[in-house]
Design a protein around this ligand. Sequence first.
Ligand code: GLC
Length: 435
Amino acid sequence: MVTAMLMVVSCSMFAADAEPAIPRFNDGRDWFFEKRFGLFVHWGLYAIPAWHEQHPYRLHVPREEYEKLIHQFNPVKFNPDAWLDLAEKAGMSYLCITTKHIEGFCLWNTAQTSYNVMNTPYGKDILAQLAEACHRRNFPLCLYYSVVDMHHPNYPNEGRSYEYEKPAPGDQPDLSKYLAFLRAQVTELCTNYSAIHGFWWDGNVVKYQDPSYNALIRSLQPQAVINNRGFDAGDFSTPERDWNDEVNQQLAFTKPTEACQAIGRQSWGYRAEEDYYSDEHLIRSIDKILAKGGNYLLNVGPMADGTMPPEGVRILEKIGAWYNAVKESFDGAPASHLVKNREILLTRKGNTLYVHLNQSPQTCAVYMHPFNVKPKTAVLLNDGRNVETRVDLLPWDHENGKPVLRLYNLPVNDFSDTVIVVKLEFDDPVPWAGK
Ligand code: GLC
């Protein structure tokens, strides 16, 4: 009787404290919870000047001047399989591409505007080739689409973010006409390229709200997850880079979340003189989001010839070596709050705990208060070596006199440019707290 009561108490503590669940969609969109690490691709005419994806906005380049780039777009080395090979090497399992960014240039064969890839020297539908490769390789494809369109004569340029100061001579600003164009483009994108697994709106600076746009996507592509930057709340949030304090503070996401980040600090499109992030910064950022139950979309901007920049290739390969080694600590392993130590992040799968040294470790040890039981095994996922564990009284704990589980002699100096993840397997049940 007493034993049964104790069991109930510890189980309920488990449920309440340990792993707050992220609600599932319970339909075809649930692929999003299985495939958690994706490649974001920003590509357009802006790859030619190689400065920033918002080139005409940030440098105030008049439309008639900027649009001349269409005559230079000729990515003869574009090979979607090479992009997917790289993504797979990095451990990524889905891809999201900019079909149209704020410049208004379209990477697909659209009937709604001539400002598209068919009218470049290249003259072939980029999206069709990418979609074919993604479908052949069972690689979910998501589409980014900018509501801002600095090229379309009906888009109401009023000097908000990502817009021209005012309409160009001859423009006919008319939001409802522009939205009819947008609706026709969304219909093409969701009809002509077989299965689309996500729709990634951006740049709704007109702050227009209307659930019928997402309803249209859902009717054509029911398995598509839709982000929160369009005309209603959508399915998931999109914290950007590492700027969101709430994300940094919280231990686990309680709603579907996909963080996005570029490999360089300045631009999402290819930038010739990019300030690339360090491997360590990117890996800590990815670990932070995945360990909290989110998805991570990491962006690389292809160069004008269609290939990925060499530094992007190096970064993705480096991330892949880490991610593939520690991947099991994210797959089906929700964030856990069982340990008091906030220098680490914890994920759990049954009786297995994964300890993520997400912050730069200060010492070679990790304290696991209130655990006071040694695990059966302790393995460094990064390279498979065993990790020493102790249950002993720390001098710092002399007042309460309680021994604590300690991971010891961790090779922190050998892994200083990455995140160490230790796998601890316990006997059934996982001891949730020491007495
Ligand atoms: C930022 C950039 C935008 C980019 C987006 C991707 O908002 O300003 O150009 O497309 O990030 O999330």
